[in-house]
Ligand binder design. Structure first.
Ligand SMILES: CSCCC(=O)C(=O)COP(=O)(O)O
Ligand SMILES: [Mg+2]
Length: 217
């Protein structure tokens, strides 16, 4: 398999699902009650976009159902910023993914439902044995559901290939979600299914070439 660029999913592909569900989401939920009192104008303008009086309840409900809502995702990035900056949160990117991102000569792009801000934070504060590692200089660009559309829509991948400036067939997309792979494949991308510890079983996994470790790339 030859490719000229990679697009990587985050949750379940470069870091464990448990990091998102057991660290990031609970951190956000701890702060939700205080958001209506925030003096941050960006937070206030996002809260207004929910168009409800029960904004805290609505946000809690979206988080509990893991709804990939673009306003929620923007808000989460703003809240997680404080957790990363204070050292409460560091991102457990898989060692093989860190190694690959640090060493590859192919351009690496990220496409996640998490906001671009949240993505940049995650790659800025990668857990390591000593301090944290900042992988941002190794990442060419970031795409999210606001910039590019939802991840299960083939059109989103067409937009991303256009932005990257390569034919879709020259780009390899890695994800743990077969619906995302199906959409990317439909747009002409090469795809591989990431199977990582803690990921849920994938029904149609036999349709895809599997990757369990980035060292094979
Ligand atoms: C950018 S880290 C936050 C992860 C997140 O909120 C999320 O919804 C993960 O979705 P993904 O598309 O990376 O599986
Ligand atoms: Mg994923």
């Amino acid at each position: 398999m030859t490719f000229s660029a990679l697009v990587l999913d985050i949750e379940g592909t470069v870091c464990p699902i448990s990091f998102v569900k057991e660290t990031l989401f609970p951190y956000f939920l701890q702060k939700v009650d205080s958001l209506p009192r925030s003096e941050d104008t960006h937070i206030q303008s996002l809260l207004q976009q929910f168009k409800t009086d029960d904004v805290v309840d609505q946000i809690r409900s979206l988080v509990s159902r893991d709804v990939k809502d673009p306003i929620l995702k923007e808000l989460q990035g703003l809240v997680w910023q404080h957790g990363y900056a204070s050292g409460e949160i560091t991102a457990p990117v898989y060692a093989d993914a860190v190694d690959f991102i640090e060493k590859t000569d192919k351009p690496v792009y990220i496409y996640s439902s998490g906001s671009v801000k949240a993505q940049k934070l995650l790659f800025q504060y990668v857990k390591s044995q000593q301090e944290t590692i900042d992988l941002r200089p190794r990442i060419q660009n970031y795409y999210d559901i606001n910039t590019s559309g939802i991840k299960t829509d083939a059109e989103s991948y067409v937009r991303i290939a256009k932005d990257i400036g390569l034919p879709a067939g020259d780009i390899l997309f890695l994800s743990d979600n077969s619906l995302e792979l199906k959409a990317a494949q439909h747009a002409g991308f090469q795809v591989r299914l990431a199977i990582r510890p803690g990921n849920l079983p994938v029904d149609d996994q036999s349709r895809y070439s599997i990757i369990t470790d980035f060292s094979v790339l």
